[in-house]
Design a protein around this ligand. Structure first.
Ligand code: IMP
Ligand code: MG
Length: 180
């Protein structure tokens, strides 16, 4: 087992690059089969999903497009609380099959937000593909259809996921070994 230290916190290996590759292949196979005959648009949520999206898309064998977005949140002027905006989506999603690609689905707030906005933009079919899913943390009703690996409620880094900006470049996934 290997360890890394960021900002004084120790993380130990949890999921190896080989295990990740196997799990990504299984998700790609299911997508290839379920989406046959369609030309889906994969909408990857930055920053965390960049590595998963790259590896996943290499294994997608049907015609498809990919777009990378950011979710910006800001305080609204009304009492509605936090508003969010999708930045970077230049493709029209009207009438299309759209696959939201995430590094990790935790409470589900992010995918719910993105889903709602894609739906308002006219996407006719929306599905979610995520590398990691924390079922015990998930509070939403939307289906998370394509999950590479289910994980407990631990704090994870590596393979796109960060701790305070660090660790995204690691090829394995690591778990926090102490308390932050
Ligand atoms: P959600 O909106 O609660 O589902 O959270 C999703 C986002 O929170 C992810 O896209 C990550 O950026 C971040 N996140 C959730 N859990 C972790 C974790 O264990 N490590 C690093 N980032 C996480
Ligand atoms: Mg993310």
């Amino acid at each position: 087992m290997s360890k890394v230290i960021f900002h004084g916190h120790t993380f130990k290996t949890k999921i190896s690059a080989a295990e990740i590759d196997k799990a990504v292949s299984a998700v790609a196979e299911k997508l290839n089969s379920d989406l046959r005959g369609k030309t889906p648009l994969f909408v990857a949520v930055l920053n965390g999903s960049f590595m998963f999206t790259s590896d996943l898309l290499k294994k997608i064998k049907i015609d498809c497009e990919v777009s990378f977005i950011k979710v910006a949140s800001y305080e609204g002027v009304s009492s509605t609380g936090k508003l969010t905006e999708l930045i970077g989506l230049n493709e029209s999603v009207n009438g299309r099959t759209v696959i939201i690609v995430e590094d990790i689905v935790d409470t589900g707030s992010t995918i719910e937000n993105v889903w709602k906005q894609l739906s308002e933009m006219g996407a006719t079919e929306i599905r979610v593909a995520t590398l990691l899913f924390k079922p015990k943390a998930y509070t939403k009703a939307l289906p998370v259809e394509y999950v590479a690996i289910e994980v407990p409620n631990d704090f994870l880094i590596g393979y796109g996921l960060d701790y305070d900006g660090l660790g995204r470049n690691l090829e394995d996934i690591y778990v926090l070994d102490d308390q932050i």
